[in-house]
Design a protein around this ligand. Structure first.
Ligand SMILES: *Cc1c(COP(=O)(O)O)cnc(C)c1O
Length: 354
């Protein structure tokens, strides 16, 4: 830290993203990216923008907003496009969490929430998940605070039913409830269906996981049009041209070829069940997941040691969280069938030499 760094950020703990090492080629099952390339049309769309890069992009993202609204069955005025869905979280925390309405979130959840909360200098409270890592919705009834919950939750992969989300919304009518649907396309129910009925709901989605576009940085906020206006006020004040031209073109093409991506999601969901069953057969406790990853704990090797041995001996990267309740677990991103077979073989070989 330099001696010029503002005191107000002296204790800020930045989010630690999953490693992207360059020292060798790894089988990368650690950051929940898609194993599939974008569709042909999506890749071609990127090229069409290159001779226009001297021009600013559309600050309203009108065409992409319209396409997304149509896909989700909402009005364009209920949609905002962001630079990754992390940007939705940043604006939403900034807009709706303060002393009067601090943030609440599960104790085991997406690590980025606490760092953005600190960055925005809003206080937060972590509500423990139950013993089996499910959310007890009673903990959120009438809590009177700004709520953020991923559905499915990360890194557990466990999804809430829409009726439970609706109960949380209905019991907190004067507070914003953010439902982070980064993984919704892998099997959970979307709360977008509730947008017209709950003006306190913000749903965030992303192109990073189910649409093979983590590198393009495209996220979506869906909410009541007044909420979208608030979020746009903050966006125009801080990052007017938040989406570059290439990403805008790529996003539109991705929506046009949505069925390609949804087929990939189905394949990943199948591979998830395949992997869960085989891990179970090798003595793992596998949390039932509705996302593109599994959280699993071996009965014969510690979480940290399995992570290390896979990385060092087999060139397989998975994610280990050094967090008390889940430190014996690892999060495994689901890839192609071939990748999962290679992962399962590597695990089997490691367990044989424990
Ligand atoms: C990956 C992820 C996001 C955000 O991803 P972006 O790439 O910023 O769109 C948001 N929430 C959760 C729970 C995630 O895992």
């Amino acid at each position: 830290m330099s001696r010029f760094f503002s005191e107000k950020f002296a204790s800020l703990t930045p989010y630690t993203p999953g490693e992207q090492p360059k020292d060798r080629k790894y089988l990368k099952l650690n950051t929940n990216e898609s194993p599939f390339t974008p569709s042909e049309e999506t890749m071609k769309a990127a090229l069409t923008e290159l001779d226009r890069l001297q021009l600013y992009p559309d600050p309203d993202c009108s065409e992409l907003v319209k396409a997304m609204a149509e896909l989700l069955g909402v009005k364009p005025s209920q949609v905002m496009i962001t630079n990754g869905s992390d940007e939705v979280l940043n604006y939403a925390f900034l807009a709706y969490a303060d002393e009067k309405a601090p943030l609440v979130m599960p104790d085991i959840t997406y690590g980025f929430y606490t760092s953005v909360a600190e960055y925005n200098r809003v206080s937060y409270e972590e509500i423990p998940l139950k013993e089996d890592f499910t959310i007890d919705i009673n903990d959120y009834m009438g809590i009177g605070k700004t709520i953020v919950i991923p559905n499915p939750n990360a890194p557990t992969g466990i999804a809430l039913e829409l009726s439970d989300i609706e109960k949380i919304l209905a019991s907190n009518p004067d507070n914003i409830v953010i439902i982070d649907e980064a993984y919704v396309d892998f099997g959970a129910e979307s709360a977008v269906a509730l947008i017209d009925r709950y003006e306190n709901l913000i749903v965030s989605q992303t192109f990073s996981k189910s649409r093979s576009l983590a590198g393009a940085r495209l996220g979506v906020a869906v909410a009541d049009e007044k909420i979208i206006q608030d979020l746009n006020t903050l966006r125009y004040a801080s990052n007017t041209y938040n989406i570059n031209r290439v990403s805008l073109a790529v996003g539109i093409a991705a929506i046009k070829t949505n069925s390609y991506y949804m087929n990939n999601c189905r394949a990943i969901a199948e591979n998830r069940e395949y992997t869960a069953e085989r891990l179970g057969g090798m003595g793992f406790d596998v949390i039932p997941s509705k996302s593109n990853f599994l959280l699993a704990k071996s009965d014969s090797i510690s979480g940290e040691r399995l992570y290390e041995r896979l990385k060092d001996e087999k060139g397989v990267l998975i994610r280990h969280f050094n967090k008390e309740r889940i430190k014996e677990y690892n999060r495994i991103t689901i890839g192609t069938r071939e990748q999962m077979d290679a992962f399962l073989d590597a695990v089997r070989e490691i367990l044989e030499t424990e």
